[in-house]
Each structure stands twice: as C-alpha cells, then as structure tokens.
Design a protein around this ligand. Structure first.
Ligand SMILES: [Zn+2]
Length: 447
C-alpha cells in the first residue's frame, strides 16, 4: 500500500459532545460586560510564543519508548512555537474554580478526565501516546473538552481570553490542549530527523505528528474552523489569499481535499500521506490556522537570484557557470535538510546538453556526494536535455553551502555538433519546510 489515511473520520471528531456543550454555554455568555472585560485583558498583553507542553503519562503502551522519539515530537512542537504567538490565559483552579479536562486517552481510546489540570499562560497541554488504531490509520488528534466548570471559571476554561472564541460563529479558538495518538501495530514508522528516502516503505512520524497537532489546534475540529466552511470549501481570508481562491475540503470537512497542493507542495492537512514522504505545514496550512484564530508568523519564502550577465558557452569547451554571482537568501533560517536543488532546460534544449555542478568555491565532489569545505552536504545526479540536474541536501547543508552550489551550477555540451540556439535554464529549490523558492531562469548563449 503506497499511502495511508492519517486518521479515520471518527478520530478527529472524538469530542463532538464537548463541542456541542461548548456552543450552548457560549451563547449564554454573550453579555456585553463579559466581552469588554476580556478585550481589555487582551489589549494589555503582548502575544508570546505558544508553548506546547507534552505529557506522556498516558503513554502506557510505550509508543514513545526512547528519548529520541520524544525529542522528535518536541521538534515538531517547536515548529509550532516558532510560528504561533497568542495570549492564552492560564487555567489555575482554586476555591470554587474547579474543572475536569476531558480527552481521548491515547492508550485506550476512551474518554479520560483529569481533575483540576493546571495549564500555564500561553501554553497548551498535549497528551501523547499510542495504541492499535484501525487498519490504515496512522494517527488521531483533537482538542480536549471539559466538564464540571462553574460559571465563574467558564470563559477561562472555554476561551482562555480569546474574545473571538465566544458566540455562535466564533473566529478564535482557545483550547486547554488535547491528545494525539499514533498507531502501534502494523505501521512501519520512520523516526528520522532528515526526510525519509522516497523509496522507503516507512511512514514519516514527524509528518503525522505535525498533522495531528494541527487538529489539536483546531484544524477541522474547532468551531472557528467551521465558521469558514461553505459549500465544501474553506473561506478563511488568510487561507484564500494564500491559495488564490477557496481551497476545496474533503468530504469530512476536517481536512483539505486529498492531494491538495499549495504551490507545488502537498499540504499537511489533507487526509493521507504516502510512504517515504515528509509533509510539513505549507503556507496554506499556516494560513488556515491563522484564520482559526492563532496569530501566526508567515514563512518568508527563500529566494534564489541570478543577477549576473548572460554566460556564453563555447561548444566543445569546458563547462560554464550558469551564474557565478547567484545568491541565496533564507531570512527565516528554514532547515535545508531534504531540500532539493534542480537545474533544468526550459527552452531550446539540445541532444548534447549536459547539466552539472563545478568544483570550486569550497565545493568538491566524491562519487555522487557533494562536499562543502570538506563536509558532505548532499548527493547529486547530472542532467541532460530531458532530465533535470538534482542535488538533494542533507542536514549539514548551510545557507552558505547552498549559495556555493548555486554559483557552481554549470552548462556544457558533450559534442561540438550541439545547436547554437540560446538555452533557457531554470533553477529552483523545493521542499524547504513546506515552502519552495520561486524558480529563477537564466539564458545561456551557445557559440
Ligand atoms: Zn487528519
């Protein structure tokens, strides 16, 4: 089987009863004085990074049986913390202000309650674990519910100071947290930090964790998400601006339609993932979280520029750099691990054309490996008329290393009989933490 569902439909809806009760309570709380008080609190606070506090106390099936697996989940939580700021009120039970946090126990799938859970400011609690999920299901995730909350404590537990989370068509979401569960039987997991090999039969844990935490934060599971569901599409303004239209939703109305891409990158929050694939949040996934009510920092797309003069190649001579003054800017310091650099011919490609990378500027080759200042940063394969040159970076690739590779991308022909039409080549970097560079093109003259 080449793909797997991220979860069955019931999974992400495990808290429907809590949703229903929340709506009912919210409506009774729409008095003006209450809302004004909350707004004045928000105005005082400077949004800070969201903390995701992971709790393994219900991982009684020991899915997270090594520190490395816990570290990997933490690294995914950190990706959210790096892009989300908000100002969530603490839930500090005391006196009459008591409550029960309700969530799906990861190990059993049954509803579990914790009495008087303490949730710090700007923090959500994430219960993580595993159990044998149904065939073809990799993970389940969703926000928790609550019970036994007195009126005096209600807005704190239900909305955590997010005024927009009240009402019948909310535009914000302030959960205490929730739970995520991973399949323990029958799924071949990949627990690597670098993306899996495309030929691998394993399923990428980081990708599934990213998806399930997305559900905990309200994607497909919050009232504010459903505020923007209309005719099977998502109408949130940030998402629609990013997508250039209204993205189609899956029939469960909790995911993008299967296979939906943002640019040429498949979204994280569609319902399935192929083996050997890493899918992190695309700009569209982030934009939807913003519409749900999280204050997200957009990803700045890395940029490749080719400012140099047109290069001229003499047939039969040594290869010529496409642009020795090429630059690479990565203002968000996105990880380049797993990113792919391509050089392809888009106009007037000829039978004898050859695309490769030169040594120099710190770049050396060893077999299929590329080294920068002696450190292997990736593997490459040469290109031709119909095949792109590709260079896949590993976790050692730095911005400087990528720039050196860009400067060294080269054109040549394998015969003096090659045609002399101007070639147009295209250079792009793809799969950089869910965003791609815009392809840069350059003309190479052939004499
Ligand atoms: Zn899902």
């Amino acid at each position: 089987m080449s793909w797997n569902l991220l979860e069955n439909l019931l999974g992400s809806w495990s808290f429907r009863p809590q949703h229903a009760s929340r709506r009912k309570h919210s409506q009774s709380l729409e008095d003006a004085s209450c809302l004004i008080r909350i707004e004045s609190l928000e105005a005082r606070q400077v949004p800070t990074a969201l903390t995701i506090q992971i709790d393994y106390s219900y991982d009684t099936n020991q899915f997270f049986d090594t520190q490395a697996k816990k570290d990997l989940l933490q690294s995914v939580a950190d990706m959210y913390s790096a892009r989300i700021t908000d100002d969530l009120l603490a839930i500090n039970p005391s006196g009459n202000n008591t409550w029960n946090a309700l969530f799906t126990n990861p190990a059993t799938g049954t509803q579990t309650s914790v009495h008087n859970l303490v949730v710090p400011t700007d923090t959500i609690v994430l219960y993580a674990g595993g159990r044998d999920l149904s065939q073809g299901t990799l993970g389940v995730g969703g926000p928790g519910g609550y019970s036994g909350v007195p009126n005096s404590f209600f807005t704190t537990v239900d909305q955590r100071g997010q005024a927009g989370a009240a009402g019948s068509h909310p535009t914000d979401f302030g959960p205490w947290g929730g739970s995520i569960t991973f399949d323990t039987v029958g799924t071949d997991w990949y627990f690597g930090t670098t993306p899996p090999d495309p030929s691998s039969p394993q399923y990428d844990f980081m990708s599934v964790a990213m998806h399930e935490i997305g559900h905990v934060l309200g994607f497909g599971t919050s009232d504010s998400f459903h505020t923007f569901v209309s005719n099977g599409t998502f109408t949130g303004p940030k998402a629609d601006a990013e997508f250039g239209g209204k993205p189609q939703l899956a029939s469960d109305r909790s995911h993008w339609v299967d296979g939906l891409k943002d640019g040429n990158q498949e979204t994280s929050m569609d319902p399935s993932i192929a083996a050997g694939t890493r899918k992190l949040f695309t700009a569209l996934d982030w934009a939807a979280l913003d519409d749900i009510g999280w204050q997200t920092t957009p990803i700045t797309v890395p940029i490749v520029t080719l400012p140099g003069a047109t290069s001229t190649y003499t047939r039969g001579g040594p290869a010529v750099a496409v642009d020795p003054t090429a630059t690479f800017a990565n203002p968000d310091s996105l990880s380049l691990s797993g990113a792919k650099l391509t050089l392809g011919l888009t106009m007037n490609a000829g039978s004898y054309d050859f695309l490769s990378i030169q040594t120099g500027n710190g770049i050396t080759k060893s077999g299929a490996n590329i080294k920068y200042n002696g450190v292997t940063i990736g593997t490459y394969s040469n290109g031709s008329r119909s095949t792109q040159f590709t260079l896949k970076f590993n976790s050692k690739a730095t911005d400087a290393a990528v720039q050196a590779c860009l400067e060294n991308l080269a054109f040549s022909t394998t015969s003096k009989k090659a045609g002399t039409l101007n070639r147009t080549v295209s250079i792009a970097l793809t799969n950089i933490e869910g965003v791609n560079t815009v392809a840069a093109t350059k003309v190479v003259k052939v004499a």
